[in-house]
Design a protein around this ligand. Structure first.
Ligand SMILES: NC(=O)c1ccc[n+]([C@@H]2O[C@H](COP(=O)([O-])OP(=O)(O)OC[C@H]3O[C@@H](n4cnc5c(N)ncnc54)[C@H](OP(=O)(O)O)[C@@H]3O)[C@@H](O)[C@H]2O)c1
Length: 241
């Protein structure tokens, strides 16, 4: 059970993996600041469980810096910052629409983590013995992109590369690690054949669960001698056949 009162910030905490991470942190005794865009039952549940919340959208520099300022106003000291918020879609065939996607994906995957890490570094700084944590959730496709998702993959790869810079820059008082999920859940547009194809290509022949991501996240937080690590949680899918 955690005894550190400094909260953990989780972005995109209003659904799916982000909501699971926030709830599991509360189960384990952490205080949580849940950052969210849309109102959901999950966010209502987190508020009932004592989470502090910050609503906003990573739309541009001003909106993201406003989110950072509200986090700082809630907690001058932070235990960890989890970058989970993400946008995912195949790249649009229309070049103008694809260009708009690039901007939106850049905002949430790259500029928002860059600004939050920079603005909140002094709140996150621990000691050499007990560093604070930044954990950036990327994707196994950051290393081996699917061309149909090139804009998503490129901006996730950018997030991963930024994480390596931050790991160097913020040491020794903050650790920065990356988690690369493989298939945890399927998007609604993936049909049965596509799901079977993915499972067949996955050595462990199953999808992951949000809890498998939480397990990896806690292993990063609990290990004082790990920074700049990129941890695949993908059932082996990246290995190929
Ligand atoms: N699920 C998988 O199989 C899988 C596989 C590989 C990687 N991952 C990674 O794991 C993480 C969690 O995945 P997930 O499936 O739980 O994601 P998800 O269901 O798509 O949720 C994404 C979250 O990010 C928020 N978000 C998106 N754009 C935002 C913006 N511009 N400003 C503020 N919030 C924004 C969403 O808010 P709204 O609810 O308001 O839209 C939502 O809370 C993501 O980083 C994802 O890339 C997941």
């Amino acid at each position: 059970m955690n005894t550190d009162a400094a909260p953990v910030v989780v972005t995109g905490a209003n659904r799916n993996i982000g909501a699971h991470i926030a709830n599991r942190l509360i189960d384990d005794g952490f205080s949580v600041i849940a950052v969210y865009r849309s109102e959901t039952d999950d966010i209502a549940g987190l508020i009932e469980r004592g989470a502090h919340v910050v609503q906003g959208e990573f739309a541009d520099t001003a909106s993201t810096r406003a989110i950072a300022a509200r986090i700082r106003a809630l907690a001058p000291r932070l235990r960890a910052l989890i970058h989970n918020a993400s946008a995912f879609a195949p790249t649009d065939d229309d070049i103008e629409a694809a260009s708009d996607q690039f901007q939106a994906f850049f905002e949430v995957h790259m500029r928002a983590p860059y600004l939050l890490n920079t603005e909140l570094a002094d709140c996150l700084a621990g000691s050499r013995e007990a560093p604070g944590d930044i954990i950036q959730i990327t994707d196994i496709q950051a290393d081996n992109p699917k061309p149909v998702y090139d804009v998503y993959c490129a901006t996730k790869a950018g997030l991963q590369n930024l994480g390596l810079s931050f790991a160097k820059r913020l040491a020794p008082t903050i650790k920065v690690n990356m988690i690369q999920p493989g298939p945890i859940s399927f998007q609604h547009w993936v049909d049965e054949a596509g799901r079977e194809q993915t499972l067949a290509a996955t050595p462990l022949q199953k999808t992951g669960t949000p809890e498998t991501i939480y397990t990896a996240l806690r292993s990063c937080m609990d290990n004082p001698f790990q920074t700049g690590a990129v941890i695949a949680v993908d059932g082996g899918l990246r290995l190929g056949n």
